[in-house]
Design a protein around this ligand. Structure first.
Ligand code: TEU
Ligand code: CA
Length: 546
Protein backbone atom coordinates (compact mmCIF):
# COMPACT_ATOMS: atom_id res chain seq x y z
CA UNK A 1 0.00 0.00 0.00
CA UNK A 2 1.37 3.39 -0.89
CA UNK A 3 1.41 6.30 1.52
CA UNK A 4 -1.81 8.31 1.24
CA UNK A 5 -1.66 11.74 -0.37
CA UNK A 6 -4.27 14.49 -0.62
CA UNK A 7 -4.34 14.26 -4.39
CA UNK A 8 -5.21 10.56 -4.41
CA UNK A 9 -8.91 11.29 -4.04
CA UNK A 10 -8.86 14.67 -5.76
CA UNK A 11 -10.48 15.52 -9.07
CA UNK A 12 -8.80 18.11 -11.29
CA UNK A 13 -10.60 20.50 -13.65
CA UNK A 14 -8.62 21.97 -16.53
CA UNK A 15 -9.28 25.54 -17.61
CA UNK A 16 -8.16 26.96 -20.93
CA UNK A 17 -8.34 30.61 -19.88
CA UNK A 18 -8.74 32.09 -23.33
CA UNK A 19 -12.01 30.24 -23.82
CA UNK A 20 -13.51 29.95 -20.34
CA UNK A 21 -15.13 33.26 -19.39
CA UNK A 22 -14.63 36.82 -20.60
CA UNK A 23 -15.20 39.41 -17.84
CA UNK A 24 -14.55 42.63 -19.77
CA UNK A 25 -16.17 41.80 -23.10
CA UNK A 26 -13.16 41.99 -25.37
CA UNK A 27 -13.87 38.50 -26.70
CA UNK A 28 -11.03 36.83 -24.78
CA UNK A 29 -11.44 34.82 -21.60
CA UNK A 30 -9.54 36.16 -18.58
CA UNK A 31 -8.64 35.68 -14.91
CA UNK A 32 -11.55 37.70 -13.54
CA UNK A 33 -13.83 35.55 -15.67
CA UNK A 34 -12.42 32.42 -14.04
CA UNK A 35 -12.81 33.88 -10.55
CA UNK A 36 -16.45 34.64 -11.30
CA UNK A 37 -17.09 30.95 -12.03
CA UNK A 38 -15.44 29.38 -8.98
CA UNK A 39 -18.78 28.68 -7.34
CA UNK A 40 -19.81 26.71 -10.39
CA UNK A 41 -16.68 24.56 -10.04
CA UNK A 42 -17.26 24.17 -6.32
CA UNK A 43 -20.75 22.91 -7.12
CA UNK A 44 -19.29 20.30 -9.46
CA UNK A 45 -17.12 19.16 -6.59
CA UNK A 46 -13.62 19.43 -8.00
CA UNK A 47 -10.63 20.07 -5.73
CA UNK A 48 -8.00 21.37 -8.10
CA UNK A 49 -7.85 23.61 -11.15
CA UNK A 50 -5.14 23.13 -13.76
CA UNK A 51 -4.77 26.48 -15.41
CA UNK A 52 -3.32 26.42 -18.91
CA UNK A 53 -0.61 29.12 -19.22
CA UNK A 54 -1.52 32.65 -18.14
CA UNK A 55 1.97 34.15 -18.37
CA UNK A 56 3.04 36.97 -20.69
CA UNK A 57 2.99 35.67 -24.21
CA UNK A 58 2.68 36.87 -27.79
CA UNK A 59 0.26 33.95 -28.27
CA UNK A 60 1.77 32.19 -31.20
CA UNK A 61 0.69 28.98 -29.43
CA UNK A 62 -1.89 30.50 -27.06
CA UNK A 63 0.38 31.00 -24.08
CA UNK A 64 2.59 27.94 -24.56
CA UNK A 65 5.10 30.47 -25.88
CA UNK A 66 6.09 32.42 -22.78
CA UNK A 67 7.88 35.76 -22.95
CA UNK A 68 7.87 36.39 -19.17
CA UNK A 69 7.29 33.60 -16.64
CA UNK A 70 6.78 36.01 -13.75
CA UNK A 71 4.13 38.21 -15.29
CA UNK A 72 0.57 37.80 -16.56
CA UNK A 73 -0.61 37.95 -20.17
CA UNK A 74 -2.11 41.38 -20.91
CA UNK A 75 -5.41 39.98 -22.19
CA UNK A 76 -5.84 37.85 -19.06
CA UNK A 77 -5.33 40.62 -16.49
CA UNK A 78 -2.71 41.61 -13.96
CA UNK A 79 -0.76 39.89 -11.20
CA UNK A 80 -3.36 41.23 -8.72
CA UNK A 81 -6.04 39.31 -10.62
CA UNK A 82 -3.96 36.16 -10.35
CA UNK A 83 -3.47 36.67 -6.61
CA UNK A 84 -7.18 37.31 -6.23
CA UNK A 85 -7.98 34.10 -8.10
CA UNK A 86 -5.60 32.14 -5.87
CA UNK A 87 -7.18 33.58 -2.76
CA UNK A 88 -10.78 33.08 -3.86
CA UNK A 89 -9.98 29.53 -4.92
CA UNK A 90 -8.17 28.74 -1.67
CA UNK A 91 -11.14 30.16 0.28
CA UNK A 92 -13.28 27.53 -1.42
CA UNK A 93 -10.79 24.74 -0.79
CA UNK A 94 -9.70 24.67 -4.42
CA UNK A 95 -6.02 24.51 -5.32
CA UNK A 96 -4.51 25.89 -8.48
CA UNK A 97 -1.93 24.16 -10.66
CA UNK A 98 0.17 26.37 -12.88
CA UNK A 99 1.22 25.10 -16.28
CA UNK A 100 5.01 25.10 -16.51
CA UNK A 101 6.40 25.29 -20.01
CA UNK A 102 10.06 24.48 -19.41
CA UNK A 103 11.11 22.99 -22.72
CA UNK A 104 11.01 26.26 -24.65
CA UNK A 105 10.23 29.96 -24.33
CA UNK A 106 8.84 32.49 -26.76
CA UNK A 107 11.31 34.03 -29.17
CA UNK A 108 10.17 37.28 -27.55
CA UNK A 109 11.53 36.23 -24.14
CA UNK A 110 14.39 38.51 -22.98
CA UNK A 111 16.75 35.52 -22.86
CA UNK A 112 16.17 34.71 -26.50
CA UNK A 113 16.37 38.32 -27.60
CA UNK A 114 19.78 38.56 -25.90
CA UNK A 115 20.86 35.21 -27.24
CA UNK A 116 19.98 36.14 -30.78
CA UNK A 117 21.38 39.65 -30.80
CA UNK A 118 24.70 38.79 -29.16
CA UNK A 119 26.58 35.58 -29.89
CA UNK A 120 28.84 36.18 -26.90
CA UNK A 121 26.06 36.70 -24.42
CA UNK A 122 25.71 34.06 -21.71
CA UNK A 123 22.13 33.59 -22.94
CA UNK A 124 23.31 32.17 -26.25
CA UNK A 125 23.85 28.84 -24.52
CA UNK A 126 20.39 28.93 -22.88
CA UNK A 127 19.15 27.86 -26.31
CA UNK A 128 20.37 25.43 -28.94
CA UNK A 129 22.25 27.17 -31.77
CA UNK A 130 24.18 25.14 -34.34
CA UNK A 131 26.28 25.90 -37.40
CA UNK A 132 24.87 24.85 -40.79
CA UNK A 133 26.03 21.52 -42.15
CA UNK A 134 26.89 21.74 -45.85
CA UNK A 135 24.93 24.97 -45.98
CA UNK A 136 21.80 23.35 -44.58
CA UNK A 137 19.98 22.42 -41.37
CA UNK A 138 22.24 20.51 -38.94
CA UNK A 139 20.07 17.39 -39.24
CA UNK A 140 16.62 16.03 -40.10
CA UNK A 141 14.90 16.70 -36.78
CA UNK A 142 11.31 17.66 -37.48
CA UNK A 143 9.10 20.10 -35.63
CA UNK A 144 5.96 18.64 -34.00
CA UNK A 145 4.18 21.54 -35.71
CA UNK A 146 5.36 20.50 -39.23
CA UNK A 147 8.56 21.25 -41.15
CA UNK A 148 12.12 21.27 -39.87
CA UNK A 149 12.91 21.78 -36.19
CA UNK A 150 15.75 24.12 -37.22
CA UNK A 151 15.29 27.77 -38.12
CA UNK A 152 18.06 29.86 -39.61
CA UNK A 153 19.01 32.96 -37.65
CA UNK A 154 20.23 35.09 -40.52
CA UNK A 155 22.17 37.53 -38.36
CA UNK A 156 24.60 34.87 -37.18
CA UNK A 157 24.07 32.33 -39.95
CA UNK A 158 23.36 29.67 -37.31
CA UNK A 159 20.29 27.57 -36.84
CA UNK A 160 18.31 27.38 -33.59
CA UNK A 161 16.22 24.42 -32.48
CA UNK A 162 12.44 24.61 -32.12
CA UNK A 163 10.59 21.34 -31.56
CA UNK A 164 7.34 23.34 -31.77
CA UNK A 165 6.78 26.59 -33.71
CA UNK A 166 9.68 28.78 -34.76
CA UNK A 167 8.45 31.27 -32.20
CA UNK A 168 9.12 28.62 -29.51
CA UNK A 169 12.91 28.19 -29.39
CA UNK A 170 14.00 25.20 -27.29
CA UNK A 171 15.83 25.76 -24.04
CA UNK A 172 19.15 24.04 -23.47
CA UNK A 173 18.86 22.06 -20.24
CA UNK A 174 22.57 21.23 -20.32
CA UNK A 175 23.12 24.79 -19.13
CA UNK A 176 23.07 24.85 -15.34
CA UNK A 177 22.48 28.61 -15.01
CA UNK A 178 19.44 28.28 -17.22
CA UNK A 179 18.09 25.44 -15.09
CA UNK A 180 18.61 27.45 -11.93
CA UNK A 181 16.71 30.40 -13.39
CA UNK A 182 13.79 28.08 -14.10
CA UNK A 183 13.93 26.72 -10.54
CA UNK A 184 13.86 30.26 -9.14
CA UNK A 185 10.81 30.97 -11.23
CA UNK A 186 9.11 27.82 -9.94
CA UNK A 187 9.83 28.91 -6.37
CA UNK A 188 8.38 32.34 -7.15
CA UNK A 189 5.06 30.64 -7.94
CA UNK A 190 5.28 28.27 -4.97
CA UNK A 191 5.62 31.35 -2.75
CA UNK A 192 2.45 32.75 -4.26
CA UNK A 193 0.57 29.77 -2.90
CA UNK A 194 -0.11 27.56 -5.89
CA UNK A 195 -1.19 23.94 -5.32
CA UNK A 196 1.22 22.44 -7.81
CA UNK A 197 2.22 22.25 -11.43
CA UNK A 198 1.48 20.59 -14.73
CA UNK A 199 4.77 20.24 -16.58
CA UNK A 200 4.40 20.74 -20.32
CA UNK A 201 6.23 18.19 -22.52
CA UNK A 202 8.60 17.50 -19.65
CA UNK A 203 9.91 14.36 -21.34
CA UNK A 204 11.61 16.50 -23.98
CA UNK A 205 13.95 18.43 -21.69
CA UNK A 206 16.65 15.76 -21.75
CA UNK A 207 16.92 16.08 -25.54
CA UNK A 208 20.19 15.51 -27.37
CA UNK A 209 19.51 17.26 -30.66
CA UNK A 210 22.84 16.34 -32.23
CA UNK A 211 21.94 12.67 -31.84
CA UNK A 212 18.34 13.30 -32.89
CA UNK A 213 17.14 12.24 -29.44
CA UNK A 214 14.13 14.24 -28.31
CA UNK A 215 12.07 12.45 -25.65
CA UNK A 216 13.36 10.28 -22.80
CA UNK A 217 16.92 11.59 -23.17
CA UNK A 218 19.70 10.12 -21.02
CA UNK A 219 19.73 12.89 -18.41
CA UNK A 220 15.98 13.41 -18.20
CA UNK A 221 15.43 11.85 -14.78
CA UNK A 222 18.56 13.43 -13.37
CA UNK A 223 17.13 16.84 -14.30
CA UNK A 224 13.71 16.12 -12.85
CA UNK A 225 15.26 14.92 -9.58
CA UNK A 226 17.33 18.09 -9.45
CA UNK A 227 14.27 20.25 -10.09
CA UNK A 228 12.35 18.35 -7.43
CA UNK A 229 15.08 18.87 -4.83
CA UNK A 230 15.45 22.56 -5.59
CA UNK A 231 11.76 23.43 -5.80
CA UNK A 232 8.64 21.44 -4.92
CA UNK A 233 10.27 18.32 -3.43
CA UNK A 234 9.68 19.17 0.23
CA UNK A 235 6.28 20.82 -0.33
CA UNK A 236 2.96 19.01 -0.38
CA UNK A 237 2.16 19.87 -3.99
CA UNK A 238 0.60 18.00 -6.91
CA UNK A 239 2.91 17.71 -9.90
CA UNK A 240 1.86 16.09 -13.14
CA UNK A 241 4.12 15.66 -16.14
CA UNK A 242 2.96 15.62 -19.73
CA UNK A 243 4.84 12.61 -21.10
CA UNK A 244 3.82 11.43 -24.54
CA UNK A 245 6.64 8.91 -24.56
CA UNK A 246 5.95 7.18 -21.24
CA UNK A 247 5.62 3.42 -20.87
CA UNK A 248 4.53 2.00 -17.50
CA UNK A 249 8.21 1.37 -16.65
CA UNK A 250 9.06 5.00 -17.35
CA UNK A 251 5.94 6.23 -15.55
CA UNK A 252 7.11 4.43 -12.42
CA UNK A 253 10.39 6.33 -12.57
CA UNK A 254 8.45 9.58 -12.62
CA UNK A 255 5.73 8.76 -10.14
CA UNK A 256 7.03 6.25 -7.62
CA UNK A 257 7.34 8.35 -4.44
CA UNK A 258 10.74 6.75 -3.75
CA UNK A 259 12.13 8.34 -6.90
CA UNK A 260 11.46 11.93 -5.77
CA UNK A 261 10.29 13.16 -9.14
CA UNK A 262 6.58 13.89 -9.76
CA UNK A 263 3.20 12.94 -8.30
CA UNK A 264 1.95 11.45 -11.57
CA UNK A 265 2.17 11.72 -15.34
CA UNK A 266 -0.20 11.93 -18.26
CA UNK A 267 0.41 8.94 -20.48
CA UNK A 268 -1.10 9.02 -23.97
CA UNK A 269 -1.12 5.41 -25.07
CA UNK A 270 -4.92 5.22 -25.24
CA UNK A 271 -5.06 8.50 -27.15
CA UNK A 272 -3.48 7.20 -30.36
CA UNK A 273 -5.76 4.17 -30.83
CA UNK A 274 -7.72 5.81 -33.63
CA UNK A 275 -4.87 6.63 -35.97
CA UNK A 276 -3.01 4.57 -38.53
CA UNK A 277 -0.15 2.98 -36.55
CA UNK A 278 3.19 4.62 -37.25
CA UNK A 279 1.59 7.60 -38.96
CA UNK A 280 0.44 10.90 -37.51
CA UNK A 281 -2.61 11.85 -35.51
CA UNK A 282 -4.13 13.24 -38.73
CA UNK A 283 -4.21 9.82 -40.40
CA UNK A 284 -7.54 8.53 -39.20
CA UNK A 285 -8.50 4.97 -38.32
CA UNK A 286 -11.45 3.54 -36.38
CA UNK A 287 -10.92 3.11 -32.65
CA UNK A 288 -9.40 -0.25 -31.73
CA UNK A 289 -11.74 -0.93 -28.79
CA UNK A 290 -10.17 -4.20 -27.62
CA UNK A 291 -6.80 -2.48 -27.58
CA UNK A 292 -8.28 0.42 -25.63
CA UNK A 293 -9.32 -1.96 -22.86
CA UNK A 294 -5.90 -3.65 -22.91
CA UNK A 295 -4.12 -0.33 -22.62
CA UNK A 296 -6.20 0.77 -19.65
CA UNK A 297 -5.74 -2.63 -18.00
CA UNK A 298 -2.00 -2.45 -18.49
CA UNK A 299 -1.71 0.98 -16.87
CA UNK A 300 -4.14 0.15 -14.08
CA UNK A 301 -2.30 -3.00 -13.08
CA UNK A 302 1.31 -2.03 -13.73
CA UNK A 303 1.25 1.16 -11.72
CA UNK A 304 -0.57 -0.57 -8.90
CA UNK A 305 1.62 0.08 -5.89
CA UNK A 306 4.57 1.97 -7.18
CA UNK A 307 3.23 4.81 -9.20
CA UNK A 308 0.07 6.79 -9.74
CA UNK A 309 -2.14 7.22 -12.80
CA UNK A 310 -3.88 10.28 -14.07
CA UNK A 311 -7.16 9.57 -15.85
CA UNK A 312 -8.32 11.67 -18.78
CA UNK A 313 -10.21 11.60 -22.05
CA UNK A 314 -9.76 15.24 -22.91
CA UNK A 315 -7.53 18.27 -22.73
CA UNK A 316 -6.95 21.42 -24.78
CA UNK A 317 -4.99 19.44 -27.42
CA UNK A 318 -7.53 16.68 -27.98
CA UNK A 319 -10.90 16.40 -29.72
CA UNK A 320 -14.03 16.25 -27.57
CA UNK A 321 -14.49 12.71 -26.27
CA UNK A 322 -18.25 12.55 -26.82
CA UNK A 323 -17.69 13.22 -30.52
CA UNK A 324 -14.61 11.05 -30.67
CA UNK A 325 -15.50 7.78 -28.94
CA UNK A 326 -19.05 8.45 -27.85
CA UNK A 327 -21.93 9.52 -30.03
CA UNK A 328 -22.80 13.19 -30.39
CA UNK A 329 -26.17 12.68 -32.10
CA UNK A 330 -29.20 14.16 -30.33
CA UNK A 331 -30.32 10.69 -29.43
CA UNK A 332 -27.16 9.43 -27.75
CA UNK A 333 -25.01 12.41 -26.75
CA UNK A 334 -26.05 12.51 -23.11
CA UNK A 335 -26.05 8.76 -22.62
CA UNK A 336 -22.68 8.24 -24.24
CA UNK A 337 -21.08 11.19 -22.43
CA UNK A 338 -22.18 9.71 -19.10
CA UNK A 339 -21.02 6.25 -20.13
CA UNK A 340 -17.54 7.55 -20.99
CA UNK A 341 -17.36 9.45 -17.72
CA UNK A 342 -18.37 6.37 -15.75
CA UNK A 343 -15.83 4.08 -17.42
CA UNK A 344 -13.00 6.54 -16.69
CA UNK A 345 -13.92 7.86 -13.26
CA UNK A 346 -14.28 4.49 -11.57
CA UNK A 347 -10.67 3.59 -12.42
CA UNK A 348 -7.72 4.06 -10.11
CA UNK A 349 -5.90 7.37 -10.44
CA UNK A 350 -6.61 11.08 -10.36
CA UNK A 351 -9.34 12.07 -12.85
CA UNK A 352 -9.04 15.21 -14.97
CA UNK A 353 -12.07 16.95 -16.46
CA UNK A 354 -11.52 19.41 -19.30
CA UNK A 355 -13.80 22.47 -19.38
CA UNK A 356 -17.07 21.72 -21.16
CA UNK A 357 -16.62 17.95 -20.88
CA UNK A 358 -18.93 18.01 -17.85
CA UNK A 359 -21.78 19.34 -20.03
CA UNK A 360 -21.01 17.14 -23.03
CA UNK A 361 -19.58 19.76 -25.38
CA UNK A 362 -18.86 18.41 -28.85
CA UNK A 363 -16.40 18.88 -31.69
CA UNK A 364 -17.00 21.76 -34.08
CA UNK A 365 -16.96 21.99 -37.89
CA UNK A 366 -16.09 25.39 -39.31
CA UNK A 367 -16.80 25.67 -43.05
CA UNK A 368 -13.54 27.32 -43.90
CA UNK A 369 -9.96 27.03 -42.74
CA UNK A 370 -10.07 30.80 -42.19
CA UNK A 371 -12.07 30.32 -39.01
CA UNK A 372 -9.41 28.12 -37.44
CA UNK A 373 -6.76 29.56 -35.09
CA UNK A 374 -4.51 26.76 -33.91
CA UNK A 375 -0.93 26.88 -35.18
CA UNK A 376 -0.50 23.09 -35.22
CA UNK A 377 -3.56 22.64 -37.41
CA UNK A 378 -2.82 25.60 -39.70
CA UNK A 379 0.78 24.46 -40.26
CA UNK A 380 -0.42 20.95 -41.06
CA UNK A 381 -2.98 22.36 -43.51
CA UNK A 382 -0.33 24.39 -45.39
CA UNK A 383 2.09 21.51 -45.37
CA UNK A 384 -0.44 19.00 -46.72
CA UNK A 385 -1.82 21.38 -49.33
CA UNK A 386 1.76 21.96 -50.51
CA UNK A 387 2.24 18.21 -50.69
CA UNK A 388 -0.78 17.66 -52.87
CA UNK A 389 -3.29 16.28 -50.35
CA UNK A 390 -6.98 16.65 -51.12
CA UNK A 391 -8.44 19.64 -49.25
CA UNK A 392 -11.57 17.67 -48.28
CA UNK A 393 -9.43 14.98 -46.68
CA UNK A 394 -7.46 17.57 -44.75
CA UNK A 395 -10.65 19.14 -43.42
CA UNK A 396 -11.87 15.69 -42.41
CA UNK A 397 -8.74 15.25 -40.28
CA UNK A 398 -9.20 18.70 -38.78
CA UNK A 399 -12.83 17.97 -37.90
CA UNK A 400 -11.78 14.75 -36.22
CA UNK A 401 -8.53 15.76 -34.51
CA UNK A 402 -7.94 19.52 -34.67
CA UNK A 403 -7.09 21.13 -31.36
CA UNK A 404 -9.62 23.92 -31.94
CA UNK A 405 -12.35 21.35 -31.26
CA UNK A 406 -11.50 21.78 -27.60
CA UNK A 407 -10.89 25.50 -27.74
CA UNK A 408 -14.21 27.04 -28.75
CA UNK A 409 -15.70 29.17 -25.96
CA UNK A 410 -17.37 27.54 -22.96
CA UNK A 411 -21.16 27.35 -23.18
CA UNK A 412 -22.68 29.07 -20.15
CA UNK A 413 -26.23 29.70 -21.39
CA UNK A 414 -28.29 30.27 -24.53
CA UNK A 415 -27.67 34.02 -24.77
CA UNK A 416 -25.51 35.45 -27.53
CA UNK A 417 -22.01 33.90 -27.74
CA UNK A 418 -23.15 31.29 -25.22
CA UNK A 419 -22.83 33.79 -22.35
CA UNK A 420 -19.05 33.68 -22.76
CA UNK A 421 -18.72 37.29 -23.92
CA UNK A 422 -20.79 40.15 -25.25
CA UNK A 423 -18.16 40.78 -27.94
CA UNK A 424 -17.26 38.51 -30.84
CA UNK A 425 -15.08 35.80 -29.31
CA UNK A 426 -11.49 35.27 -30.51
CA UNK A 427 -12.67 31.98 -32.01
CA UNK A 428 -16.20 31.16 -33.11
CA UNK A 429 -18.66 29.61 -30.70
CA UNK A 430 -19.99 26.14 -31.48
CA UNK A 431 -23.54 26.79 -32.78
CA UNK A 432 -24.96 23.98 -30.64
CA UNK A 433 -24.65 26.10 -27.47
CA UNK A 434 -28.40 26.77 -27.61
CA UNK A 435 -29.10 23.28 -26.30
CA UNK A 436 -25.74 22.29 -24.80
CA UNK A 437 -24.95 24.70 -21.99
CA UNK A 438 -24.32 25.03 -18.27
CA UNK A 439 -27.65 26.65 -17.47
CA UNK A 440 -29.62 23.74 -18.91
CA UNK A 441 -27.35 21.24 -17.18
CA UNK A 442 -27.80 22.84 -13.78
CA UNK A 443 -31.58 22.77 -13.92
CA UNK A 444 -31.81 19.11 -14.92
CA UNK A 445 -31.24 16.53 -12.20
CA UNK A 446 -30.29 13.94 -14.85
CA UNK A 447 -27.84 16.11 -16.78
CA UNK A 448 -24.31 15.16 -17.73
CA UNK A 449 -23.10 17.74 -15.20
CA UNK A 450 -25.00 16.03 -12.41
CA UNK A 451 -23.66 12.66 -13.51
CA UNK A 452 -20.09 13.97 -13.15
CA UNK A 453 -21.02 15.45 -9.81
CA UNK A 454 -22.26 12.06 -8.62
CA UNK A 455 -19.14 10.29 -9.88
CA UNK A 456 -17.01 12.74 -7.91
CA UNK A 457 -19.10 12.17 -4.79
CA UNK A 458 -18.73 8.41 -5.15
CA UNK A 459 -14.94 8.76 -5.38
CA UNK A 460 -14.92 10.90 -2.27
CA UNK A 461 -17.06 8.54 -0.24
CA UNK A 462 -15.58 5.17 -1.23
CA UNK A 463 -11.99 4.16 -0.64
CA UNK A 464 -12.40 1.29 -3.07
CA UNK A 465 -12.64 3.79 -5.93
CA UNK A 466 -9.42 5.48 -4.85
CA UNK A 467 -7.31 2.51 -3.83
CA UNK A 468 -9.07 -0.69 -4.93
CA UNK A 469 -7.49 -3.28 -7.22
CA UNK A 470 -8.61 -3.17 -10.83
CA UNK A 471 -9.67 -6.29 -12.64
CA UNK A 472 -10.78 -6.15 -16.29
CA UNK A 473 -13.60 -8.47 -17.43
CA UNK A 474 -14.63 -9.58 -20.95
CA UNK A 475 -11.27 -8.58 -22.40
CA UNK A 476 -12.18 -9.62 -25.91
CA UNK A 477 -15.80 -8.55 -26.01
CA UNK A 478 -16.28 -6.21 -28.95
CA UNK A 479 -18.52 -3.69 -27.18
CA UNK A 480 -18.60 -4.24 -23.42
CA UNK A 481 -16.22 -2.41 -21.08
CA UNK A 482 -16.45 -4.01 -17.64
CA UNK A 483 -14.27 -4.24 -14.57
CA UNK A 484 -14.33 -4.70 -10.84
CA UNK A 485 -12.55 -2.72 -8.14
CA UNK A 486 -11.86 -4.37 -4.84
CA UNK A 487 -10.49 -3.23 -1.51
CA UNK A 488 -10.75 -5.42 1.60
CA UNK A 489 -14.51 -6.12 1.83
CA UNK A 490 -15.57 -3.33 -0.51
CA UNK A 491 -16.31 -4.20 -4.12
CA UNK A 492 -17.79 -2.42 -7.12
CA UNK A 493 -18.60 -3.70 -10.56
CA UNK A 494 -18.71 -1.37 -13.57
CA UNK A 495 -20.39 -2.54 -16.77
CA UNK A 496 -20.74 -0.36 -19.83
CA UNK A 497 -21.87 -0.71 -23.40
CA UNK A 498 -19.50 1.33 -25.57
CA UNK A 499 -21.74 1.20 -28.66
CA UNK A 500 -25.29 1.79 -29.85
CA UNK A 501 -26.45 -1.86 -30.11
CA UNK A 502 -28.09 -3.66 -27.22
CA UNK A 503 -25.91 -6.35 -25.60
CA UNK A 504 -26.76 -9.30 -23.39
CA UNK A 505 -24.28 -11.32 -21.38
CA UNK A 506 -23.79 -13.30 -18.19
CA UNK A 507 -21.67 -12.21 -15.30
CA UNK A 508 -18.36 -14.00 -15.09
CA UNK A 509 -18.84 -17.08 -12.87
CA UNK A 510 -15.76 -16.24 -10.85
CA UNK A 511 -17.55 -13.27 -9.31
CA UNK A 512 -19.43 -14.34 -6.19
CA UNK A 513 -21.83 -12.13 -4.26
CA UNK A 514 -24.87 -12.19 -1.99
CA UNK A 515 -26.27 -8.73 -2.52
CA UNK A 516 -26.31 -6.37 -5.46
CA UNK A 517 -27.24 -2.72 -5.49
CA UNK A 518 -27.00 -0.01 -8.10
CA UNK A 519 -24.80 2.91 -7.16
CA UNK A 520 -25.25 4.88 -10.37
CA UNK A 521 -26.55 4.35 -13.88
CA UNK A 522 -27.16 6.54 -16.91
CA UNK A 523 -30.63 4.97 -17.40
CA UNK A 524 -33.35 5.39 -14.77
CA UNK A 525 -34.46 1.74 -14.88
CA UNK A 526 -31.31 -0.38 -15.09
CA UNK A 527 -31.59 -4.00 -14.05
CA UNK A 528 -30.07 -5.76 -11.05
CA UNK A 529 -30.21 -9.29 -12.38
CA UNK A 530 -26.57 -10.19 -12.89
CA UNK A 531 -27.36 -13.67 -14.22
CA UNK A 532 -28.41 -12.02 -17.40
CA UNK A 533 -27.18 -8.47 -17.85
CA UNK A 534 -28.82 -6.48 -20.62
CA UNK A 535 -27.18 -3.23 -21.62
CA UNK A 536 -29.02 -0.85 -23.90
CA UNK A 537 -27.09 1.57 -26.15
CA UNK A 538 -24.34 3.27 -24.12
CA UNK A 539 -25.79 1.99 -20.86
CA UNK A 540 -23.30 2.18 -17.99
CA UNK A 541 -23.98 0.88 -14.50
CA UNK A 542 -21.97 0.89 -11.29
CA UNK A 543 -22.98 -1.90 -8.89
CA UNK A 544 -21.84 -2.53 -5.37
CA UNK A 545 -21.49 -6.20 -4.56
CA UNK A 546 -21.59 -7.76 -1.13
O1 TEU B 1 1.65 19.61 -26.05
C1 TEU B 1 2.63 18.74 -26.49
C2 TEU B 1 2.40 18.15 -27.77
O2 TEU B 1 3.24 17.40 -28.23
C3 TEU B 1 1.16 18.51 -28.51
O3 TEU B 1 1.47 19.53 -29.36
C4 TEU B 1 0.66 17.35 -29.18
O4 TEU B 1 1.61 16.71 -29.92
C5 TEU B 1 -0.42 17.63 -30.12
O5 TEU B 1 -1.13 18.77 -29.77
C6 TEU B 1 -1.33 16.47 -30.10
O6 TEU B 1 -2.55 16.81 -30.48
C7 TEU B 1 1.98 20.62 -25.16
C8 TEU B 1 0.77 21.50 -24.94
O7 TEU B 1 -0.23 20.75 -24.33
C9 TEU B 1 0.37 22.10 -26.24
O8 TEU B 1 -0.80 22.85 -26.13
C10 TEU B 1 1.51 22.96 -26.73
O9 TEU B 1 1.21 23.44 -28.00
C11 TEU B 1 2.82 22.18 -26.78
O10 TEU B 1 3.06 21.41 -25.63
C12 TEU B 1 3.98 23.14 -26.89
O11 TEU B 1 4.14 23.84 -25.70
CA1 CA C 1 -11.48 39.54 -21.57
Amino acid sequence: MIEKKWWHNSVVYQIYPRSFMDSNNDGIGDLKGITSKLDYLKELGIDVIWLSPVYKSPNDDNGYDISDYKDIMDEFGKMEDMERLLKEANDRGIKILMDLVLNHTSDEHEWFKEAKSNKDSKYRDYYVFRKPVEGKEPNDLGSIFSGSAWELDEDSNEYYLHLFSKKQPDLNWENEDMRNELYNMINFWINKGVGGFRLDVIDLVGKQPDKCITNNGPKLHEYIKEMNSKTFGDKDLLTVGETWGATPEIAKLYSNPDENELSMVFQFEHISLDEIPGKSKWDLAPLDFIKLKKVFEKWQTELKNDGWNSLFWNNHDLPRIVSRWGNDSNEYRELSAKMLATVLHMQKGTPYIYQGEEIGMTNVKFDTIKDYKDIELLNMYKDRIANGYDEKEIMKSIYAKGRDNARTPMHWDESENAGFSKANPWIKVNPNYKYINVRKNLENENSIFNHYKKLIKIRKSMDVVVYGNFNLLYKNHKSIFAYTRELNKERILVVANFYDKKEEFMLDKSIKYNEVSILLSNYSDSGKNLDKITLRPYEAIIYTLK
